[in-house]
Design a protein around this ligand. Structure first.
Ligand code: Z5A
Length: 230
């Protein structure tokens, strides 16, 4: 298992050989869904099968991406326009895809990302009302690589906000109202329903042990399908 903090720069797009490329797994969901908590489990599960895993997150995953993350989540940045926010998350993503995700997959590593493009459809599309076509155009331009598996941790908004709130200080996006997060959740669920082959929905309102067990079952099924020896 390798966690890349400062990856080498990739000057050009890296073409991955489908026969040897790693797999790309994303974790998605609303506030307090348990993605960060689950990341450790996913790493253990994959490492137990001898898979070389790169854990990453969005916004973030590269020095530029982490700087953009700090800006996007900074409560002091009250005036960020919806268009600016969309471009910022995609600027971070462009760097992330070129610098980390594509080279890692091409090298045969598996990449597990805490959020990816579905988050932009949910937050900037659902939450902020940015047009879907605009998000799709940015995705096609800088993030054409699609996840092989996306685990959607779904739970009622009030429950997620209560969990996130119990941690203390809220970031700029967490400070949005419940209606914003209801729209985010609705888009996530719509996307999962539209792509059942890629998404697995996990009931994240359950106790943590049950959420982890459900995720482990889904991961094992995916690994079996991918032909990874147990
Ligand atoms: N964003 C965007 O707008 N557009 C984009 O394109 C992208 C992102 C990529 C990134 O923050 C923010 O950026 C995010 C969307 C936006 N919005 N916000 N804010 P993030 O992903 O780091 O932050 P987050 O989603 O707010 O993370 P979170 O609130 O930490 O959620 P989580 O990682 O899913 O949960 P957790 O940290 O694992 O758990 C939260 C707490 O709940 C913690 O105390 C756990 O112990 C507890 N927990 C977790 N699961 C359970 C269960 N099952 N039972 C009881 N307690 C639990």
């Amino acid at each position: 298992m390798t966690t890349i903090d400062s990856p080498d720069r990739a000057p050009a797009r890296v073409a991955a050989d489908p026969a040897t490329r790693g797999r790309f797994i994303t974790l998605e969901g609303g506030e307090g869904a348990g993605k960060s908590t689950l990341l450790a489990l996913v790493r253990e599960r994959l490492a137990a099968r001898g898979i070389d895993v790169v854990l990453t997150r969005e916004p973030g995953g590269t020095p530029l991406g982490e700087a953009v993350r700090a800006l996007v989540l900074d409560p002091a940045q009250r005036g960020i326009r919806a268009e600016s926010e969309l471009l910022l998350v995609f600027a971070a993503r462009a760097q992330h895809v070129r610098e980390l995700i594509e080279p890692a997959l091409a090298a045969g590593r598996w990449v597990v990302s805490d959020r990816y493009t579905d988050a932009s459809y949910a937050y900037q599309g659902g939450g902020r009302g940015q047009p879907i076509e605009r998000i799709a155009a940015l995705e096609a331009w800088v993030a054409p690589i699609r996840p092989d598996l996306s685990l959607l941790l779904d739970l009622p908004v009030a429950q997620g906000l209560a969990r996130a709130g119990a941690r203390g200080a809220t970031d700029r996006i967490e400070a949005e109202d419940a209606a914003f997060f209801e729209r985010v959740r609705a888009v996530y669920r719509e996307r999962a329903a539209a792509e059942p082959g890629r998404f697995r929905i996990i009931d994240a309102s359950q106790p943590l042990a049950a959420v982890c067990a459900a995720a482990a079952t889904q991961l094992d099924a995916f690994l079996d399908l991918a032909g990874v020896a147990a």
